[in-house]
Each structure stands twice: as C-alpha cells, then as structure tokens.
Write a protein that binds this ligand. Structure first.
Ligand SMILES: *Cc1c(COP(=O)(O)O)cnc(C)c1O
Length: 357
C-alpha cells in the first residue's frame, strides 16, 4: 500500500496484509535495534527508514512477593515511551509515500514520539492534545519544533478536531493508521528472541486505544505463521477502574463497546472512553483465553511508589499496568512465564510526581 490513505473508503478501519519473514541467522547478527527484524517491517526502501537505532529494550526480571515477572523496559525509548516503536515505522512509511506534513491527536506520548521522528525526518507535524495533558509532554512536542494545539473538552473532542484538520494533510494516527501497529508489533519479536525464540505464557499490557496490545498480537501471529513459536500467549489487558470501557464490555460478555461515564484517572495515557478498535481488542483477549483487570487509583499510586522505590522511574500510566500485574499474580501458576512492561518514563510527569513525593 503506497497510497496516501489511513482508513478504508467506507470510513472503517484499515488493516494491513503483509507477509513477515524472519531469517533468524541473519537477524541475530544485526545491530540490537528493532529494525533488525527488517523483513518483517513494511517499509520498502531502506533509504526511507527514520530511526534513532531504537528498540531491543532490556527484558528485566523484577521480584513481586517471591514471584518473578519479566518487564520490558520500554520507558527507555528515545522519546520516553513505547510509542517510538510505532512512530519509527509509521514515519518511515510516511516518508516513503512522500507526505511532508502529518497530523496526530494524542494524550501526550504518541504526540511526543511522532514529533521526535518528524524532527528526524524533517517533516512538519501538527499535534492536537487534550488540555489536561502533562506539561512535560507538551514541552517536549514544542521543543522538537512541532505545532501544538490544546483542545478543551474530552479526549474524543481532541480527535475530532485533529481529523478535521487532517483533511488537508495526512492523519498519522496511532490508532487508525495500520502502520503504527506494524511498529508496536516489534515488542513481540524482541520478547520472543530474548526468551530464546519462545513465547511467554502470559502478557500483561495496558489498554487505552490498544496501540500496544493489538500490535503485540499481530507480532505473535506473524511469528506463529512462520513457525518461529508454538503458541500465542494469554493477553491480560489492564484498565483504570475510572475509565474501563473494555473491561466492562468483556465482563458482560458483550461484543460491542458501551459508552461509559469516565472519571479522571492519574493514568492519563489510558483514559480512553471510546476506543475505536475496541471490538478488535475484545476479540484478541477472548481468543487468547485472556482477561481484563481493573485497577483503582490507590492501587496505581501504590504500584508507582513501589516501582520508584526499586529504582524504576516510571510515569503513573505505566504504574497502572504494574498494579494489574500485582492483582494477577495470586491467580498465576508457579513456573508461568509472565511478561509485562514499563510503557513510559517518569521524567514526563514531573508535576504529578512532585505532588505524590
Ligand atoms: C499510549 C500509552 C499506553 C497505552 O496505549 P494504548 O495505545 O492507548 O492502548 C500506556 N502507557 C503509556 C505510558 C502510554 O503512553
């Protein structure tokens, strides 16, 4: 697909059909970046790759009450969150199709990631954010030299403003644009390689719009299709109690997303009341025999304090996932290989952290 489109002509979601290949011997000889999976990334010409040599983040073992969980340290990306996985592939593709101005809406981190890669590619980028976004993320977007527009109202109001504006340019959305997911899928390739080309048993991931969870699922599917691994792990999605539309639908056995009344949460990065790809996410979690876990504000703050006391400087949204890990552990079996992640760096949210500490 080399056309300047980001959704189907019918207005619906677009997904990419793509045959990923994994020449393992060559892969292991390459630089330790996410671009080592070159044959699995849908960019045609190497000359279009926009990269900081990112990825291949450490998979570190962390103790929780006598149990070990493997945590992918994705807060260590160049712009400070896992969104760089999606941004490096999507912005490379944008360059390949010859677009020079892109538009995105974000609660902060996706905007910061896109702004960083746009700067590296000499592309202009317009980022729309809700006016409650952390100042650290806003400064970052402006500092990269990109246009920033704050929108009053809900996260959804921000999206519709961005989509209107994007009619003139290219909507490089981290939840509409399929190329973003073909970047976040590298999480799975790295985890499998770090486990000796094996799948973990269980993945515990945050879910807002699903830009990580859906990408990770695509990654495991591609590895299965090429017979690199033997199974797809169980997917556990974590949402804040104050904004948990998917967890609610899942528990009710529904296959639609019912609008919820959301309350503010300290996990601003996953405060998504109406996820566009919600049905896709529900299906992944169901098919994998997974589940959703809801975490309270108190549980998020407790997990945040605990992680930072261990030296992991993460942002509150990341701590929500860890709160989910802690709730999941009592029902895990011994020997179960569990992988989770730190999604965003604490330096992004100095204001919030200064209120807590
Ligand atoms: C974006 C983000 C998430 C969740 O991602 P979704 O794509 O909305 O599911 C989790 N943590 C952090 C820090 C993020 O920036």
């Amino acid at each position: 697909m080399n056309k300047n489109i980001w959704r189907c002509e019918c207005g619906g979601l677009l997904d990419l059909e793509f045959d990923a290949r994994f020449p393992l011997k060559e892969i292991t000889k390459r630089k330790e970046t996410l671009w080592r999976y070159r044959e699995a990334l849908p960019v045609e010409d190497d000359a279009n790759i926009v990269s900081f040599d990112e990825g291949f983040t450490p998979l570190i073992s962390v103790h929780f009450n006598q149990r070990n969980v493997l945590i992918k340290e994705d807060h260590l990306f160049p712009s400070g969150s896992f969104k760089d996985r999606g941004a490096t592939v999507m912005v490379s593709k944008v360059k390949e199709i010859g677009v020079n101005r892109i538009v995105e809406d974000s609660s902060g981190n996706a905007g910061a990631a896109l702004a960083a890669y746009a700067a590296r590619a000499h592309i202009l980028c317009d980022i729309f954010v809700p006016d409650y976004t952390s100042e650290g993320k806003l400064v970052q977007i402006r500092a990269y030299g990109m246009n920033l527009t704050k929108v009053k109202g809900s996260r959804e109001d921000t999206s519709s403003e961005a989509m209107k504006f994007a009619a003139k340019y290219y909507y490089a959305s981290h939840y509409w644009n399929p190329f973003f997911f073909h970047g976040t899928k590298t999480f799975s390739f790295e985890v499998c390689e770090q486990l000796g080309w094996k799948s973990p048993d269980t993945l515990i991931l945050p879910v807002g719009n699903g830009s990580l969870l859906i990408g990770v699922y695509i990654g495991f599917q591609e590895l299965m299709r090429e017979n690199i691994i033997e199974k797809i792990p169980r997917f556990i999605g974590v949402q804040p109690e104050n904004c948990a539309p998917l967890a609610c639908s899942f528990k009710k056995g529904l296959n639609t997303i019912i609008p919820i009344e959301k309350k503010p949460t300290i996990a601003e990065g996953i405060m998504i009341a109406n996820p566009i790809r919600g049905v896709q996410i529900l299906n992944i979690v169901r098919e994998s025999n997974g589940d959703f876990i809801e975490v309270s504000e108190e549980e998020i703050i407790e997990a945040l304090k605990e992680m930072i006391a261990m030296g992991f400087y993460i942002e509150p949204t990341s701590a929500a996932t860890i709160a989910g890990v802690k709730k999941y552990l009592p029902r895990s079996s011994s020997g179960e290989v569990i992988v989770s992640t730190f999604t965003g760096h604490g330096l992004k949210t100095t204001e919030t952290l200064s209120k807590i500490f």
